[in-house]
Write a protein that binds this ligand. Structure first.
Ligand code: ADP
Ligand code: ASP
Ligand code: MG
Length: 405
């Protein structure tokens, strides 16, 4: 069987007209003798609306119940697609995770797929049916519904490609592929033809929401080639694949950014060995993810300042935890919500000296102040004031010659 997995994102199924277009894309594969497995996201905005309802009805809402609600968006979209295909004369039905089943492990709201039972879907394909699988959801060992992290239909598609040994896995979205940076912010962004799992994972984790980070981990682990394409325009997309298959001279492949960070500065902390651990322990215990950290040098026993960033969603929780932390003493707490993290990414960085200097110099020339820095082998991130976000990305996009690819 020539199986192909195709996934449609929120905007691609965003209204009834779009769903008709999606049905035509699916039919074009059926006509080319593919056995098509379709994964659908919820219609755009639906998951956010459901989250709002949850937040409004109760402050402490059980995570398991949250997932029952959040998974409904995909149920609606997959049935709409199946219904349209039926009308057009094709055998099709929706499949919810528990009907297959798609098994998951881990916490509610951020589960990971561990197994997909094949028999029912394979026999349905053999009968000529086109299954429309609700993405983003699974079922756990307690027989309860779970959801993957936000954007998780990407992971549903990649794991289906793995378990059904698909020839191809195509992610249909609202842009033509993966670009050097978000094409909605920077008009000169260029489409990348091929990108390695490593670079894509870094870009996705650092804010390029075109692919869900966990899904790229799944693709890399299972060596699944992933194509990202537009469901709006018939154009070649981006292939996400092994490093070995890519020939590229550019040191920097892409620039990612976030808009949902917050910066905490603890001014005048009484410095002593273990003080940083004392600050971060309660944050860790309460699942607050600390991202960038910088601490001023001080003589032992003197005062120092410590700055760190977290996701804005964790702001109130973090503020409460820091203020009630009895094991630390500080003079002032400053919270800044107007920050953005801008990151340059590229495996070529490992062997190319001077990238850090070039980045800092380019930003300095535009009088953009860098507030915090963090680096890894294949990325450099800086924290800037949100008002400088676009200027920073534009400057770096030019500096690293991504404009002229
Ligand atoms: P879907 O609903 O199809 O899953 P998403 O909204 O999750 O789509 O992802 C697509 C969006 O990702 C695009 O509309 C684009 O604004 C954004 N994006 C951010 N960074 C990039 C990038 N480097 N390349 C392409 N798109 C990007
Ligand atoms: N509907 C889910 C979300 O908005 C999953 C997805 O779109 O991939 O996060
Ligand atoms: Mg998405």
């Amino acid at each position: 069987m020539k199986i192909i997995v195709i996934k449609f994102g929120g905007t691609s199924v965003g209204n009834l007209n779009r769903i008709k277009k999606v049905a035509n894309i699916i039919i074009s594969y059926i006509k080319r003798k593919y056995k098509v497995i379709v994964i659908s996201s919820a219609m755009s905005g639906v998951t956010n609306e459901l989250l709002l309802k949850i937040e409004k009805i109760a402050k402490e809402f059980p995570d398991a119940e949250k997932d029952v609600i959040l998974s409904t968006g995909e149920q609606v979209a997959s049935a709409l697609i199946a219904g349209k295909l039926n009308e057009l004369g094709y055998i099709s039905r929706s499949w919810l995770s528990w009907q297959i089943p798609i098994l998951t492990e881990g916490k509610y709201n951020s589960s990971r797929i561990t197994n997909i039972y094949k028999n029912k879907i394979l026999s349905y394909l053999k009968k000529g049916g086109t299954p429309i699988i609700a993405g983003f959801q699974g079922v756990n060992s307690d027989n309860r519904l779970t959801t993957l992290e936000r954007g998780g239909s990407d992971a549903s598609a990649i794991m289906c490609a793995k378990f059904f040994k698909a020839k191809e896995c195509i992610i249909y979205t609202d842009v033509e592929g993966v670009f050097t940076t978000d094409p909605r912010l920077i008009k000169s962004a260029k489409k990348i033809k091929k990108i390695s799992y490593e670079e894509m994972l870094e870009m996705a984790s650092l804010g390029s929401k075109v692919m869900q980070p966990a899904s790229i981990q799944d693709a890399r682990l299972n060596r699944i080639d992933v194509k990202v394409k537009s469901s709006f325009k018939k154009k070649s997309g981006t292939l996400i694949t092994k490093k070995k298959k890519i020939f590229n001279n550019n040191v920097i492949r892409g620039i990612s950014f976030t808009k949902n960070d917050a910066k905490f500065t603890l001014v005048g902390i009484k410095d002593r060995p273990g003080v940083a651990a004392a600050i971060f322990k309660p944050l860790y215990e309460n699942s607050v993810n600390v991202d960038m950290v910088v601490q001023n040098i001080s003589g032992i026993g003197r005062e120092t300042d410590l700055t760190f960033t977290i996701k804005i969603d964790d702001l109130y929780k973090t503020e409460k935890l820091v203020k009630k932390n009895k094991s630390i003493k500080f003079k002032k707490l400053i919270i800044d919500k107007n920050v953005s993290k801008v990151s340059i990414i590229g495996v070529g960085m490992i062997t190319t000296p001077g990238v850090t200097y070039k980045m800092f110099q380019a930003l300095a020339q535009k009088k953009i102040n860098i507030e915090v820095i963090s680096t890894s082998e294949i990325k450099i991130s800086v924290l800037v004031n949100k008002k400088n976000l676009k200027k920073s990305v534009e400057t770096l996009h030019k500096e690293f010659k991504l404009d002229s690819l």
